[in-house]
Design a protein around this ligand. Structure first.
Ligand SMILES: Cc1ncc(COP(=O)(O)O)c(C=O)c1O
Length: 317
């Protein structure tokens, strides 16, 4: 794994990367007991500023995940936010950064413990993560043979590490079969999401995306794009179940997520979409998204949290 961060925020302190350790008896390791967020911060050259994107919404979702899993986060949102800011500053980034606040259960045996009976810790990891070249060329997708884990068993709405075993099964299978990111159906056979992003497609000029009850993560990028498409691009966006066969007759499709950003899909199960290149609506959505995350739209500046002290961003004003 490429490690290019010097520091990690761990339980209230910035520690050197090599010293960020937890014990092997931690429940986080033994049973995957953690909930987390995957966020990005984007560098704005004209503003000379690094902006965390929709950080407050990520904090809100972290609390929701912890609540469902009956975990008590031992820090306030403000403390974790300060930790994220300090971490990004200390690493000195001026580029696209992916960072991950993680709430985990520490050492303890058995698994039916009450939250007060086990230590709960928090750390924030950050890595330099540039956008992938496939954002501009598109990827070939497939329908996974693995189904997305259902709300009745292991809610996909909860961003818990344990859910990513399901995600990994699907991604590894797709990669071994020569595809990029796969599309997962839910137990009902309707389109759910990918192992690490949400799904959107276009039919006859209408953008369609599965509802939040389709065993998806309640994606912040999905919500962002729905708002931008409706308010800025004047597109009709419908949240409804999607049948598998619709995937083969749609005009365009893309995945969206903080990590995946807006990733065009050019083929599904060997059916080319449109003319086999990233489609015009997806491209328009992608460029608007990149403008917004980099602070180029004043009306969405409230979604951005500056990382560096104001003096560094004086050029912005
Ligand atoms: C399973 C899954 N679905 C969807 C998403 C997209 O969510 P968001 O836009 O909040 O990053 C992610 C990424 O975090 C994910 O892991």
């Amino acid at each position: 794994m490429a490690v290019n961060a010097d520091y990690v925020w761990m339980d209230g302190e910035i520690v050197p990367w090599a010293d960020a350790r937890i014990h092997v008896a931690s429940d986080a390791l033994l049973r995957g007991a953690n909930v987390f967020e995957g966020e990005r911060a984007y560098w704005s050259e004209p503003h000379q500023q690094l902006y965390m994107f929709r950080h407050a919404e990520h904090m809100h979702r972290l609390r929701q995940s912890a609540r469902v899993m009956r975990m008590s986060i031992p820090y306030t949102d403000e403390e974790i936010t300060e930790g994220c800011i300090e971490l990004l500053r200390r690493n000195g980034w001026r580029d696209s950064v992916h960072f991950r606040p993680v709430v985990y259960f520490g050492e303890g045996e058995g698994h039916a413990y009450l939250p007060e009976d086990i230590r709960t810790g928090v750390f924030v990891l950050a890595l330099h993560r540039p956008s992938k070249p496939t954002l501009f060329t598109g990827i070939r997708s497939c329908v996974s043979t693995w189904r997305r884990n259902p709300d009745a068993a292991s809610p996909s709405r909860v961003k818990a590490a344990a859910n990513y075993h399901n995600a990994r099964l699907a991604q590894v299978e797709a990669s071994m079969n020569g595809f990029g990111t796969p599309i997962m159906l839910n137990i009902a056979g309707k389109v759910s999401e990918s192992p690490g992003s949400c799904f959107m497609m276009v039919r006859g000029g209408t953008v369609i995306t599965p509802p939040v009850t389709a065993d998806i993560l309640e994606s912040i990028t999905r919500e962002t794009l729905i708002q931008l498409m409706r308010d800025e691009l004047r597109l009709t966006v419908v949240e409804r179940d999607i049948d598998r066969s619709e995937l083969y007759i749609c005009d365009e499709a893309w995945f969206c997520g903080s990590g995946h950003e807006v990733q065009p899909i050019i083929e599904i199960d060997h059916y080319p979409l449109g003319d086999g290149k990233p489609g015009p609506i997806g491209k328009a959505v992608q460029s608007l998204y990149f403008e917004v995350v980099r602070g180029q739209h004043e009306q969405y500046r409230h979604w951005l949290t500056p990382v560096y002290p104001a003096a560094k961003s004086a050029a912005a004003e």
